[in-house]
Design a protein around this ligand. Structure first.
Ligand SMILES: Cc1ncc(COP(=O)(O)O)c(C=O)c1O
Length: 283
């Protein structure tokens, strides 16, 4: 059975609990981050912990741990669960117990879990995937809050339509990101990704760094019309890597096959992953 860190203690999975008056339970008030281990080593750990702490700050949570302390706990959890060659580390900072069941009382809880990584179908990468769009925006988009209710509903809808991801879109049809991924398009030879209203993915940052070696790169607003006219599209995320997108709603993108630009980036990414985070050491 896996060992979990909860609020100062290392506990077996089935004993790892938080009190019912924690604001994460009562109000959905918590932030999180997900890291992938490669060869047992957490990839881009610093970047993920930086984002966790910045997410906490953005939602008004005061973490009482330093980055070094969180890293130490992560390594202890990994050691207690070894060997975990490829796994996810899930870190949560909860709102903590609240006397009035609403206002944070500066007593957040830290949780660190290790979970298995779901295997993704190989044909996602060889044939590409379908995604759908839905009109919704994440509040405090650059914080990774644990509230994924709209995302869960949208993904259910996506799956019912044979799609693997749902893209957030503003009421005026600016496309933002997926429920657990960032979005990239090749538009007239330029690699474009939305900048505003999205979570700044760690994979997104790596792809931007790798992409700069291959194409002009632009972080800018992306309308649905532009998206549909793109020659290539793909989504990115810690667990997914780079997944080519060949269909958005009823529209086929480009040739309907993963394109050369996406494939070049996938291969650059495959060489990069496990090496330095975000700095293109390979191409
Ligand atoms: C809303 C959202 N956007 C983007 C991403 C991709 O981020 P990363 O590359 O850091 O996994 C995630 C990851 O879960 C996410 O939840």
């Amino acid at each position: 059975m896996k060992t979990v860190y909860v609020d100062g203690k290392f506990l077996p999975w089935d004993k790892a609990v938080i009190p019912v008056d924690d604001l994460a339970v009562l109000r959905g008030y918590a932030v999180c981050d997900i890291i992938k281990t490669i060869g047992g080593h957490p990839y881009c750990l610093d970047a993920h912990i930086d984002r966790l702490l910045s997410s906490a700050e953005k939602v008004g949570l005061t973490p009482v741990w330093t980055k070094a302390e969180i890293k130490k706990i992560v390594f202890e959890v990994l050691e207690k669960n070894a060997p975990m060659d490829e796994a996810n580390i899930r870190i949560l900072v909860t709102g903590g117990s609240s006397p009035d069941f609403f206002s944070p009382a500066d007593n957040p809880r830290l949780i660190v879990l290790v979970t298995d990584i779901p295997a993704l179908p190989a044909q996602w990468y060889t044939k590409g995937v379908k995604v759908i769009t839905f009109v919704q925006q994440r509040s405090i988009a650059d914080a990774k809050a644990t509230n994924y209710i709209p995302a869960v509903l949208a993904l259910k809808k996506a799956k019912a339509q044979g799609a693997v991801e749902a893209l957030y879109m503003t009421p005026d049809k600016m496309v933002l990101e997926g429920t657990t991924s960032n979005l990239f398009a090749l538009v007239d030879g330029t690699l474009v990704t939305p900048e505003k209203g999205v979570l700044k993915g760690i994979t997104r940052k790596t792809v931007l760094a790798l992409g700069e070696k291959l194409f002009p790169v632009s972080e800018q607003d992306l309308s649905l019309d532009t998206l549909l006219s793109a020659s290539e599209l793909f989504i990115t995320g810690t667990n997914k890597g780079i997944v080519p997108v060949i269909q958005v709603d009823d529209h086929i993108i480009g040739t309907g096959m993963p394109g050369p630009g996406t494939r070049a980036l996938m291969s650059a990414m495959a060489d990069q992953v496990g090496r330095s985070c975000n700095s293109p050491s390979v191409i």
